[in-house]
Ligand binder design. Structure first.
Ligand code: PEP
Length: 256
């Protein structure tokens, strides 16, 4: 059976103290509920990774992820953070290819592929994001867009490395807009993504790959989204900054 995953992307939010308060609130509530097989991930700022890794070790059920990494291994790249540096904090995962990185920092599929390769080589689990714009969907280009993003960034991986990837489908028009994909739209695209993986790597790997939904996921819509057979969890932005809301989302994932 595939893993169910609830990942909170805190983006460029929370000071260290605010983050610690939020993390502790989430941990305490998580300890109070019965988590049946849900992996909870939190992606705070780079600067706070080591702190949250040490807090997570006390709690033991939360996994810490970075939100980005460099495509370079090391050297004179002022301000960049390599997968090796991330790994040295104890973080285990890294979000790669988020649409905000593609849009504001001009990240190309080629650059994203390099980041994926380097993160896997370093031993980090990549959470690879893909998603179409509103215009691409209105022009019926959404399937093609996702196919290109996935095949360019992931399909050069050998099967032994592809197995380490978590995929997140995040339609750009749904991120931070309050307008989530309908459960039908999410299932249709997740099923399509799984079929692409099956064509490339076979049924076994396709069946084992976690595919998360992201884009205005909240406690009101999570239940309907997670009921879908190909939706294995959520990558949650805004709603993960509220402990009560994030816990409700985790609960609905556990229940589905
Ligand atoms: C995200 O940034 O990955 C995201 C899904 O954001 P939000 O939940 O706020 O739409």
């Amino acid at each position: 059976m595939r893993k169910k995953i609830a990942a909170g992307n805190w983006k460029m939010n929370t000071t260290l103290l605010q983050g610690i308060d939020l993390f502790n609130e989430i941990s305490i509530r998580l300890n109070e509920i019965q988590l049946s097989g849900v992996q909870v991930i939190i992606a705070p700022s780079f600067v706070h990774l080591a702190k949250f890794v040490s807090l997570a070790r006390l709690n033991n059920s939360i996994c810490i992820s970075a939100q980005n990494c460099s495509h370079e291994e090391k050297g004179a790249f002022t301000g960049e953070v390599s997968p090796e540096i991330i790994k040295s904090t104890g973080a285990e995962m890294v979000i790669i290819g988020h649409s905000e990185r593609r849009k504001y920092f001009n990240e190309s599929d080629e650059l994203i592929e390099q980041k994926i390769n380097l993160s896997i080589k370093t031993g980090l689990t990549p959470i690879f994001c893909c998603g179409e714009s509103e215009i691409q969907r209105s022009q019926n280009q959404h399937f093609n867009t996702i196919k290109l993003q996935i095949s360019k960034a992931l399909f050069n991986l050998p099967p032994t490395d592809f197995c380490k990837v978590i995929v997140a489908y995040e339609p750009i028009w749904a991120i931070g807009t309050g307008k989530n994909a309908t459960p039908e739209q999410a299932q249709e695209m997740h099923h399509y993504i799984r079929s692409l993986i099956e064509d490339k790597y076979g049924m076994h790997i396709a069946g084992a790959t976690p595919i998360l939904y992201g884009g205005s996921c909240n406690s009101e819509n999570s239940d309907a989204l997670f009921k879908n057979p190909d939706v294995d969890g959520g990558l949650v932005g805004g709603a993960s900054l509220n402990a009560e809301e994030f816990i409700k989302i985790i609960r609905s994932l556990a229940a589905n």
